[in-house]
Ligand binder design. Structure first.
Ligand code: PMP
Length: 364
């Protein structure tokens, strides 16, 4: 069959929503100072690498992984300080959990609601699971527009609400009081996505017992394990027992399970790195504030959102100088001429600032 007839066939067979989607674009980053994806810039310390190498060498990769990932789940409950009676469900990254949640509640006409701008996968997953997506704009300072959000919840009765806490890509932490009002007003499930918890240190996990419609989602991607693909949902057994039925039995492989267990046994090392990133975030924020052509927004995550006169010119100028960040221009009207930079090592941050200064001076 020619590729032409395959594309005709695909056009005829695929759902219209899928044909209309643009794939989640990941930029080629080889050779760049990589500050585009909110990764932890620090590699695993050498002593710990040797321990991991031993564990990997002895791993039974001829066998399927433990489908219940019992040891890893215990370790996660332990380091997270999960309240009694709460459990975790593991995902191959938290992206997979967003999809699993959407599949679980997707009755005919079910709505997934989030705020905008926020993490783009909420909308994409709503579309590719066939849910109706409703995005409520944030206020101009990127805080929640509570009256508009409550009105949308009343009108749309969403089966599922996602709130990124802190929010990606704006970096701010919404008011906890506002989030609680949203949980209380929601007839459906509310998921507080704490992907950036390590850099914010405020959590809804202590509120899980209080709200029967609340789940908290986290990922280890920002804490030095992006390559392992591991996220989790925390909540009551009543919810997780049902959701567990949708989890594919071996979604977390043997190696991610073993390596994550090892890394979590040294959780303090990862937390120290996160503390360093928080200090460097403060410094980078100050440096960006001092550049007249830049408006930088406060952040409680491991990245900073900033606005310039022409984001695409600045993005390309940085790229030419070997620094890769994220151009958010065109993604959402509130993000016109916005860029997002991940906090890197002190050396990477210096190189980014120097390249930014040069780019701005050149284009002035
Ligand atoms: N939630 C938020 C808010 C994110 O920003 C991201 C990643 N950028 C994710 C979830 C997904 O993370 P992962 O799939 O790596 O766990």
């Amino acid at each position: 069959m020619s590729s032409n007839s395959a594309s005709v066939l695909a056009g005829a067979l695929l759902r219209q929503e899928v044909l209309d989607l643009h794939a989640y674009h990941v930029q080629d980053s080889s050779g760049y100072i990589k500050l585009d994806a909110m990764e932890n810039p620090y590699p695993v310390p050498p002593a710990l690498r040797a321990e991991i190498a031993e564990v990997v060498a002895a791993a039974a990769i001829n066998r399927y992984p433990d489908p219940g990932a019992v040891t890893l789940k215990e370790k996660i409950c332990d380091v997270t300080g999960l309240p009694k009676g709460m459990e975790v469900l593991l995902g191959n990254g938290s992206d997979e959990l967003i999809q699993l949640l959407a599949m679980a509640v997707n009755k005919p006409d079910a709505v997934l609601l989030s705020v905008e701008p926020s993490f783009v996968m909420y909308k994409m997953i709503a579309i590719f699971t066939g849910m109706r997506y409703v995005g409520v704009p944030l206020a101009s300072d990127f805080s929640l527009d509570l009256p508009a959000t409550l009105a949308a919840i009343k009108r749309e009765r969403p089966a599922l609400v996602f709130l990124s806490y802190p929010n990606n890509p704006t970096g701010n932490l919404f008011s906890a009081q506002d989030v609680m009002q949203i949980i209380e007003a929601s007839p459906g499930l509310v998921v507080v996505d704490e992907a950036y918890y390590a850099f914010a240190r405020d959590s809804f996990i202590p509120h899980l017992a209080r709200y029967p419609n609340l789940l908290v989602m986290r990922t280890f991607s920002k804490l030095g394990m992006a390559g392992l693909r591991l996220g989790f949902l925390a909540g009551s057994a009543a919810w997780l027992g049902q959701l567990e039925k949708l989890r594919l039995p071996y979604n977390v492989g043997v190696l991610p399970q073993l390596v994550a267990e090892k890394l979590l046994a040294h959780h303090d090392v990862l937390l120290q790195q996160a503390e360093q990133i928080k200090l460097d975030r403060a410094k980078l924020y100050q440096q960006l504030r001092e550049i007249a052509a830049v408006k930088v927004y406060p952040s409680e995550a491991n990245f900073l959102l900033f606005r310039v006169a022409n984001a695409t010119v600045v993005f390309n100028g940085l790229k030419q100088r070997g620094v890769l960040i994220k151009n958010l221009n065109g993604g959402h009207t509130m993000l016109t001429d916005c860029l997002r930079v991940t906090v890197g090592t002190p050396d990477e941050n210096e190189k980014f600032i120097a390249a930014l200064q040069e780019t701005i001076n050149q284009s002035a």
